[in-house]
Ligand binder design. Structure first.
Ligand SMILES: [Zn+2]
Length: 243
């Protein structure tokens, strides 16, 4: 019997009354479990297996693990508001791409869990900077971000208004290493991102002034897209809702 901290990631119906559930677990990574009789009216699992709920689960059985006693630690109800829901859908897509199947990844799990709580609880107007913070942390975990004031090739410290970025690849570049199709990285946007990056997650919602500067989120969009080799359309939809 194993006890795990888990987030409900995907669900499909299985036979008449059961469900096959993909859990993101802190201890064992992403895994499929069988929730027997989850559809029965008196099942103790009723209400537990909603998308992105945080659970403590007991697993039994050899082969495909069977979901036993399950405790609901945090209900994803706060995420039903449309913009928060969009944000979580987008992040779930990106986290899913970033997660290597079969691998335990406590750091990434903690980021997913923390992200869901922050998005559920922060004031609506703080969503852009919370999103930026989460993306910065994800890029750091993936080893895809260097300091926000240095060239990612020669590591030279550079004045913020002399930094460039490529249109489709993450990273910042000095004058010498700028790619052919370089954009100037906005100085204000970079300063804003540094401020968020240097603050703990719980402070993101209350950082003075939210990111009305869309360029900060555009910079992150390029980096995220190149880090997970894919850019979910849900990010564009979300950004339109946030601005
Ligand atoms: Zn350089």
């Amino acid at each position: 019997m194993a006890v795990l901290r888990a987030i409900v990631w995907k669900r499909i119906d299985f036979r008449e009354s059961s469900r096959l559930v993909t859990l993101l677990t802190r201890e064992r990574g992403k895994m499929s479990v069988l929730a027997k009789g989850a559809h029965r009216p008196k099942s103790p699992l009723l209400g537990c297996l909603d998308f992105l709920n945080l659970l403590e689960v007991h697993l039994a059985g050899k082969g495909l693990p069977i979901l036993g006693r399950t405790k609901l630690l945090h209900e994803a109800r706060g995420l039903r508001e449309p913009r928060r829901f969009l944000a979580c859908n987008y992040l779930a897509e990106v986290f899913d791409r970033a997660w290597v199947d079969g691998r335990q990844d406590m750091e990434l799990f903690d980021l997913v869990e923390g992200s869901l709580l922050l998005i559920a609880g922060c004031p609506q107007e703080a969503l852009p900077q919370v999103l930026a913070g989460i993306e910065l942390r994800l890029l750091a975990i993936l080893g895809q971000i260097s300091a926000l004031d240095r060239c990612s090739i020669c590591d030279r410290l550079i004045e913020q208004d002399r930094l460039f970025m490529a249109k489709e690849v993450g990273g910042l570049y000095c004058d010498r290493h700028r790619p052919k199709s370089a954009l100037t990285a906005s100085k204000d946007a970079l300063l804003r991102l540094r401020e968020i990056d240097e603050s703990p997650g719980r402070r993101w919602p209350s950082l003075p002034g939210s990111i009305h500067d869309r360029r900060a989120l555009d910079i992150l969009g390029i980096w995220i897209g190149s880090a997970v080799e894919y850019m979910p359309r849900s990010r564009q939809r979300l950004l339109r809702q946030l601005h």
